[in-house]
Design a protein around this ligand. Sequence first.
Ligand SMILES: O=C(O)c1cc(=O)[nH]c(=O)n1[C@@H]1O[C@H](COP(=O)(O)O)[C@@H](O)[C@H]1O
Length: 274
Amino acid sequence: MTFLDMLGAAERQNHSMLCVGLDPEPTKFPGKLKGDANKIYDFCAAIVDSVADLVISFKPQIAYFAAHRAEGQLERLMEHMRRVAPQVPIILDAKRGDIGSTAEQYAREAFERYGADAVTLSPFMGFDSVAPYLKYEGKGAFLLCRTSNPGGDDLQNQRLASVDGQPLLYEHVARLAQGPWNLNGQLGLVVGATYPAEIERVRTVAPTLPLLIPGVGAQGGDAVATVRAGWKPGAPIIVNSSRAILYASSGDDFADAARREALRTRDLLQAARP
Ligand SMILES: O=C(O)c1cc(=O)[nH]c(=O)n1[C@@H]1O[C@H](COP(=O)(O)O)[C@@H](O)[C@H]1O
């Protein structure tokens, strides 16, 4: 099953566009787990178990594991997600971007070591830095396009005088991903929920690509505006929330609280479909 097939199946089965981001930060862990980096797997597995029937995708952020020498725990978590939610695709948020020979190693890490279904990438180094990921048939690759952070303006909103129509840089990335770079239909784009007008613009330039949209919850993005700007039948959106769900409670009821917040967010997103 390809990444896109899995997305469609999870969306239908769980009636969801919600992606739960797995950004484990031990200092924020509840109760007995607090401060213990050896409990990253336990914390994340409990969250996965409580929301598995509510999500279109899971998105572990690799830095939160690597910073604590917890790559082994990430490997176990990937296996756990496969076991409890085989229908739910996993996007490894790694934001890689390097020359082709190094990109081959990053692609191997994401798809062979961790067994991810998709990965996030920076397009800054150009097509040859993206191509090695596309050799993995059926896997997805999301290019950073208009990111959720304010500093995204610094480069992404610059106008490209040398390109036809003088698009903004992020519009050009969207055009490349929808067209010439999308050799096997594996590309998607990352657009921040904090910028709904830009989501709408990206959706116009890239009408069929899946959009990964982080920024609801802790970053304050507008869930309803996000869906209205990005959702179209047949062109999935994957709306990520991490901290607002993971840390919905600092008590021993953290998994139940995460489920309540995930359910609330899922239903808000579903109800906003035009
Ligand atoms: O690629 C991403 O996932 C990403 C892109 C972006 O533009 N903004 C963004 O916040 N992210 C990631 O999405 C998650 C957002 O987390 P919360 O703000 O806690 O919901 C983090 O893992 C970020 O690294």
